[in-house]
Write a protein of this length. Structure first.
Length: 294
């Protein structure tokens, strides 16, 4: 937190001249206290401190930025975007405010608006690994502007800027998977799991790579780890059921395991998922057999 204190001291002279020394000093103290509370996960008290700082120094962009960051931490992205926008109005060259605005808009599904904000953040500061990472996420997820090559470039930039940032490594693996570079993707995802063995998504995608390579047992092991860590992962449940149905023997134990995972798939999959109708029909046939029907 020392970096925040240093920053506040650097801008303190100008602020004190605008608001008065006592109000400015109090607002800075509220910002420091709020940042410490936010780091501990006490979002409600952190937000109260930032709002108190804003009341004392209503033209300080830091107050709006930290309010927005707190809302983003709570996944309340609409107010996060509003506060970040206000920060950019006061301080148009605040790269972190543009980043927060773009990231929040992306989480709201407003990809075209998010792109402009993220690109502005990148122009203002090319050394922020989070900006590069979020531009990568934009090009990976944007429905109408998907570009895996650009996404991969930005994720690699993010990793160069911060070597120990697992999300960037994970997305590099996803890009490699999407580009059918399965050998490279498996190496990358194993690197993620070496740093974070409890990463359910990495286990899932590594399992999918093994499926593509017809390594059923290894795929089953990884997908089983995925559902152990994330029981609501309906795609992993479905893949396990597929492996048992098509790739495994038809022992009684495997049959029961098949029905278990297929039911878990139905429990968690959205109503319009493309395999739901097939799964429901399989259960209907099973019920007819049990009841002596056709």
């Amino acid at each position: 937190m020392r970096w925040l204190v240093v920053f506040l001291l650097l801008v303190g002279i100008a602020g004190a001249a605008e608001y008065g020394a006592d109000d400015w000093r109090k607002s800075q103290q509220f910002l420091v206290e709020g940042a410490q509370l936010l780091r501990r996960g006490d979002n409600a008290r952190a937000l109260a401190r930032f709002n108190s700082a804003k009341q004392l120094a209503p033209n300080n962009p830091e107050c709006y930025y930290w309010c927005g960051l707190t809302y983003a931490e709570q996944a309340s992205y609409a107010p996060a975007a509003q506060f970040a926008e206000q920060a950019t109005i006061i301080a148009p060259r605040s790269a972190k405010a543009w980043l927060l605005w773009g990231q929040s808009l992306m989480y709201l599904g407003k990809f075209p608006e998010a792109k402009n904000k993220l690109e502005t953040a990148y122009r203002l500061d090319r050394n922020n690994y989070l900006t590069a990472f979020n531009l990568g996420r934009y090009y990976f997820h944007a429905p109408d502007d998907r570009n895996l090559n650009l996404a991969l470039d930005y994720f690699r930039q993010a990793r160069e800027l911060r070597r120990d940032y697992p999300p960037a490594i994970f997305y590099i693996g996803l890009c490699q998977y999407e580009k059918q570079m399965f050998t490279l993707a498996s190496v990358t995802l194993r690197e993620v799991l070496q740093a974070d063995p409890q990463n359910a998504a990495a286990h899932y995608w590594l399992g999918m790579i093994y499926r593509h390579e017809n390594q059923s047992e290894r795929a089953l092991n990884e997908l089983t780890q995925a559902v152990r860590l994330d029981p609501n992962n309906y795609e992993a449940h479905l893949q396990i059921a597929h492996i048992i149905l098509f790739d495994q023997t038809t022992s009684a134990n495997n049959k029961e395991r098949f029905w278990y995972h297929l039911q878990k798939y139905l429990d968690h999959a959205p109503p319009d998922h493309n395999w739901r109708e097939n799964a429901e029909e399989l259960f209907a046939r099973r019920q007819r057999r049990v009841s002596g029907g056709q």
